[in-house]
Design a protein around this ligand. Sequence first.
Ligand SMILES: *[C@@H]1O[C@H](CO)[C@@H](O)[C@H](O)[C@H]1NC(C)=O
Ligand SMILES: *[C@@H]1O[C@H](CO)[C@@H](O)[C@H](O)[C@H]1NC(C)=O
Ligand SMILES: *[C@@H]1O[C@H](CO)[C@@H](O)[C@H](O)[C@H]1NC(C)=O
Length: 363
Amino acid sequence: MCNLLFYLLLMLCLDSGVHHVVGIGAGVNYGQIANNLPSPSRVAILLRSLNISRVKLYDADPSVLLAFSNSDVDFIIGLGNEYLENMTDPLKAQAWIEQHVEPHLPQTRITCITVGNEVFNSNDSRLMSNLLPAMQTVYTTLGNLGLDKQVAVTSAHSLTILGNSYPPSTGSFRQDLAEYLQPLVSFHAQIKSPFLINAYPYFAYKDNPEQVPLEYVLFQPNQGMTDPNTNLHYDNMLFAQVDAVYSAIRAMGHTDIEVRISETGWPSKGDTNEAGATPENAGLYNGNLLRKIEEKQGTPAKPSIPIDIYVFALFNENLKPGPASERNYGLYYPDGIPVYNIGLQGYLPELAMSSATLINVRP
Ligand SMILES: *[C@@H]1O[C@H](CO)[C@@H](O)[C@H](O)[C@H]1NC(C)=O
Ligand SMILES: *[C@@H]1O[C@H](CO)[C@@H](O)[C@H](O)[C@H]1NC(C)=O
Ligand SMILES: *[C@@H]1O[C@H](CO)[C@@H](O)[C@H](O)[C@H]1NC(C)=O
């Protein structure tokens, strides 16, 4: 009996080693603004069945971080905008990290903290002023605790921070944000952390469906556009957006900061005035995107840097406010059924107890 148990555990260990190597490249945003989602331990099994090994949270939900103990998943966790003011205080930053990060290390792999989300969308100058000091304090505190090498510090920005984005070579940040973004970008260069953007070609299409070719935003075959300054050819809007951000960062004097995509996605359903929100389009967007990630494609301006993406989102979230599209970005319904078929048929167990056997058996 004992030997048999040992053998079974050994098989599971070997098995999980295989999964780790195969993992799909894309990460996923695990948003939880809903009252009907499966328990985190069931979600851990679902993600494992999908070989998804990178997850982004908007908070530091201990029940999620605990459920993914000894899993092969790397986590980005979030400090919400409501914490920024307190995080400028070293004592409060240390208390937060001691309470929300340290207890989970190393058994849960927390590799990054996003300080604030879309702060420059807030139109709140106090919040904007607090962003960089909060990031600096969190970074310094991680250093004091010996964690700065394993946990990166960054923030996530909406593309409304761009004043100009077309053509991509002329990308620049909004002039009114320069006082915040210039030192922020310098800080990224100093600590070598990536600059994260939430990029949604869907918004551009929805706002202007007559002008924006659907094929161009969905990564379908199309004519695309050539940037007259660089002669680089763009056949999809997402890559043009990423390169516009690289240009904006370069205009601030930095060429050594990596741009990554902390959110992108397409809604499968929307209100009648939300053009293009269909399961077919969402499936094309996310399916084509996953293929580009599998092929490790870079953007025209940075061909050797494979695009790095967290899909928004894992589940439809029924309590999100706003238009119907907001509640329909999920790859999955809460019962684990895919909203559309892009080859991501996962396994969501009925019973949470199986997590003990499937997840927590690594040496
Ligand atoms: C996950 O990886 C395993 C092992 O290589 C593979 O058999 C399985 O098809 C993959 N699952 C998905 C959803 O890609
Ligand atoms: C900020 O700190 C104050 C004082 O310690 C505390 O009362 C408050 O709850 C904190 N704010 C947040 C959002 O945690
Ligand atoms: C942002 O704030 C400024 C000044 O308070 C105001 O004029 C402007 O309308 C606000 N913009 C938005 C989008 O709320």
